[in-house]
Structure formats: C-alpha cells, structure tokens
Ligand binder design. Structure first.
Ligand code: 5GP
Length: 179
C-alpha cells in the first residue's frame, strides 16, 4: 500500500517502518525479554515522553510477572555546559536488588543512556539492561552495551510511533524519516 509523505512544520517525511513491521519486532523483543527474565520479576522503566507507545505495545506481549514505572529526564539547564547530566525525575520505586530494564524510544549518540546508567547503578539494582525500540549503531559514541534493540536503523531523523519533531508527530502509527 502506497503511503504519501507527511508534512510536519517545515519538514517532509516519507514512510520508513510500517506499523506491522514495528509490531513484529516489538513482539520478538518481548519474547526475548520474557525468556531472559523468567522468575526475576523485572521492573521496566519507561523513559518519557518518546517511549510511551513502545512501552505500551511491549508490555502487552510480555508473558511473565513484571512491573512498569515511568521516568523523565530533566532538560539541560544550560545548553552550553557540555557533559551536564540529565537527572532522573519521578522514580518512586525502590530499585535496590531489582532487575531493571530501561525502555527507550531511540538510542542515537548514547549520551542520554550514558548519563542515566551511573545514576541507576548508584541505587544498587541487581542488574540494569537497556531495551530500545530503535538503535542508530553508526551514531553511538559510548562503549555501552545495548542488549535489546527492536530495530537498528541508519543515521536518519525519524518521527512517529511516539517519536516527535518539535513536539509533533508522536501520534503517527508508522515511523517516517526526514526527506
Ligand atoms: P542520544 O542521547 O542517544 O543521542 O539521543 C537520545 C534522544 O535523542 C532520544 O531519546 C530522542 O529524544 C532524541 N533523538 C535522537 N535521534 C532521534 C530521531 O531520529 N528522531 C527523534 N524524534 N528523536 C531522536
């Protein structure tokens, strides 16, 4: 089925990953997680805003006992200050001794995850892994293991399925890339 380009603000986007393909990949990832975390009652930490749709579809396919909570990362107070770490907001759960799985929409340079991991490790969880919907392997600038990625993509800017362009496009069912 041909899908026309969409316009968001000043940019045009063409279809890249149709919903069917996304959901298939999310299902496969959920099966892996259900297998690997059997008996461990993992705590999924969904990083808002971008991961809400991924987290929702993933959870429906997880077949073991698990919990989910939602966190945000503070925005940079000062864009000039390089290396400033975004702080976690909204983590109410005690994660000491828990098996934590971070749910991200996309890992690009890896700066976000690299800043997040030490903050979580300081709370002494039993384990922490990352599960991301999208991974841009060619962009990654940190030596971090992304154990779970539903889909690897090229270094293009994408929107849809929870991902935004200046706040818009999160409601699109499919993922589009900039033209
Ligand atoms: P990183 O810190 O890994 O470079 O980037 C992570 C964040 O950058 C993501 O959570 C997302 O908010 C944003 N980001 C990176 N690449 C894209 C993209 O292609 N599309 C959108 N919409 N956001 C992106």
């Amino acid at each position: 089925m041909h899908q026309p380009p969409v316009t968001i603000l000043d940019k045009q986007f063409s279809i890249y990953l149709p919903e069917r393909k996304i959901l298939q990949s999310v299902e496969i990832l959920a099966a892996r997680l259900s297998h690997d975390y059997q008996g461990k009652q993992p705590l999924f930490l969904s990083v808002l805003n971008g991961s809400f749709m991924f987290a929702s579809d993933l959870m429906k396919e997880i077949s073991i006992d698990c919990e989910i909570s939602f966190i945000r990362l503070s925005s940079y107070a000062d864009m000039q200050s390089t290396g400033k770490v975004k702080e976690i907001i909204g983590l109410k759960e005690e994660i000491k001794g828990r098996h934590v799985v971070i749910l991200e929409d996309i890992v690009d340079t890896g700066h976000t995850i690299a800043g997040l991991l030490p903050q979580l490790h300081a709370k002494e969880p039993a384990s922490v892994e990352i599960a991301t919907l999208l991974l841009k392997p060619d962009s990654l600038q940190h030596r971090i293991e992304i154990k779970y990625a539903a889909l690897s993509i090229a270094n293009d800017f994408v929107v849809g399925y929870g991902l935004d362009y200046n706040g818009l496009g999160r409601n699109l069912r499919d993922i589009y890339k900039v033209l």
